[in-house]
Design a protein around this ligand. Structure first.
Ligand SMILES: [Zn+2]
Ligand SMILES: [Zn+2]
Length: 295
């Protein structure tokens, strides 16, 4: 049976997030969908997997509440989530700074994948990666600013500290599926940056609708697949820290107290017992199984 993974969001006022949370849980259970859904007064953000038939029904249902919602659809082998989580939060993507005007009313100008492909070749633009450091290390648009940040919440402070590099330029932001740029570009407009554009549908849509030009490496996704090449031609740009072979196998040091994030090819993962040092290999706090890389 064919399965699909859906990635979606929609910024639109939700009157009663708790009701939406309940109805989302109900329909996901009915359709045997798994994944993660966040609802808030500003909209909905989710990624789920299920049979193609169930996913089609789910899309139809969600369009009744959010007529403008767009879905990124991937064919997958089976479920790419272990369970279902539906939560109410203050924000559907947490940036932690208030917006005077909600995102659905004012955000950066959307560029289609084809428009983006053109735009990134211009001279007077600054590309800004709106993702965390480990995501941009594994893959990014060539020439982009890659903020060394571990959390989306750190972006406002980083941008204010780098205002000079960005001011007066045409700023092109991108992220995985588009949602982070919606908020980031909305906030940047509020802060007085004048020309802010965003890649509609993010790297995921760009890889589906173009040849992927300008992007190198792998795309970090939010489900069990972890890493997906945006197009079949894309390959890792990162290297194993032990043997220097090309690899995008991101793991955490097996010593829970160290937990260092590193790239180890499968062979070295085995030969090092997934430890970053002898010290960690001999530590008492080794975990049996690697915890999943968290986006
Ligand atoms: Zn290796
Ligand atoms: Zn370690």
């Amino acid at each position: 049976m064919p399965y699909e993974a859906l990635l979606y969001y929609c910024f639109a006022p939700v009157e009663n997030p708790v009701n939406l949370e309940r109805s989302q849980r109900r329909i996901c259970e009915e359709l045997d969908l798994r994944g993660r859904i966040i609802v808030a007064e500003e909209g909905i953000n989710g990624t789920v997997s299920g049979t193609a038939e169930a996913c089609a029904q789910y899309r139809e249902d969600l369009r009744k509440t959010f007529p403008d919602i767009e879905f990124k659809i991937d064919e997958v082998e089976g479920h790419v989530f272990k369970g279902l989580s539906v939560k109410v939060r203050d924000e559907i993507i947490t940036m932690g700074v208030p917006l005077g005007t909600p995102v659905h009313l004012k955000t950066g100008q959307h560029l289609s994948p084809d428009e983006w492909r053109e735009a990134i070749q211009q001279d007077d633009v600054v590309l800004l990666d709106g993702r965390n450091d480990y995501e941009s290390e594994l893959g990014h648009f060539e020439g982009a600013l890659l903020p060394p940040l571990e959390s989306f919440r750190d972006f406002p402070a980083w941008i204010l500290a780098h205002r000079e590099q960005l001011e007066g330029k045409r700023i092109l932001t991108y992220c995985t599926g588009g949602i982070r740029c919606e908020k980031l570009s909305a906030w940047m407009l509020q802060e007085g940056f004048e020309e802010v554009y965003q890649l509609d549908g993010g790297i995921v849509r760009y890889g589906k609708e173009t040849d992927g030009a300008g992007f190198v490496g792998m795309n970090v996704v939010f489900d069990d697949r972890v890493l997906v090449p945006p197009t079949p031609a894309h390959e890792p740009i990162t290297h194993c820290r032990e043997c220097n072979a090309k690899s995008a196998n991101y793991v955490n040091c097996a010593n829970v107290l160290c937990n260092r994030r590193m790239i180890l090819c499968p062979g070295c993962e085995e030969s090092t017992s997934r430890c970053c040092s002898d010290e960690c290999r001999n530590a008492p706090s080794l975990r049996a199984k690697n915890a999943k890389l968290r986006a």
